[in-house]
Design a protein around this ligand. Sequence first.
Ligand code: AMP
Length: 224
Amino acid sequence: MRILMIAPPGAGKGTQGALIAAHFGMPHISTGELLRDHVARQTALGQAVRKHLDRGELVPDQIVLDMLREAMVAAKAAGGGFVLDGIPRNMQQARAAYEMGRELDMTADVALHLQADDGELVRRLLARAALEHRSDDTADIIAQRLALYYEVTSPIVSWYRDRGILVSVDAMRSAQEVGREILAALEAMRPLLDHVPAQARLSIDLTGLGEAFGATGSPVGTSD
Ligand code: AMP
């Protein structure tokens, strides 16, 4: 399966991305992790992007698109599946990722949209800050990252809805509950993907399901 995730900071894309990747045995491609690794190793790239990460700003598109191409080529050699975490982050990246996918014959099957309220996102990120000491998990920078998400990332959701590959999930519940729902939806879709062309698919909204089935678990901290 070829999956990309769109989610505000704190919604759990790191946690759910790792779960999906482990479940389907495919690479978890996290641009944030790759960039933080460069910063930690103090590579030339790490030094160039550090200030963007510290300020909660996006790094230049070409840097993450080069990373994406390298990771997609490796994913193709490893069987063709992947789960993207943190990219695309704006419309230009979404278009470029689509072109790259067409060129490599590996466009995304599913755009997974994780939804959660700002209050919950801020609570989770501040809780994570106490544990992980990420330079961008401070109150000011969290506010900046959320604002950027609404300004440039969330508009790409409708593009995936129009393509018929959007699956929206309520991420306000525990990581376990959200993970179970995502895996069940993906498992149900998997046999259809090879047979139903993307143009003939309909987007799926699972955000009302938790309530319908009486999910009560309180949300827990997640990693993004
Ligand atoms: P994340 O781990 O996804 O929250 O990303 C952490 C930081 O890495 C972001 O705040 C950006 O500075 C940078 N970053 C990650 N992915 C991208 C991307 N696709 N485009 C631009 N910047 C990114």
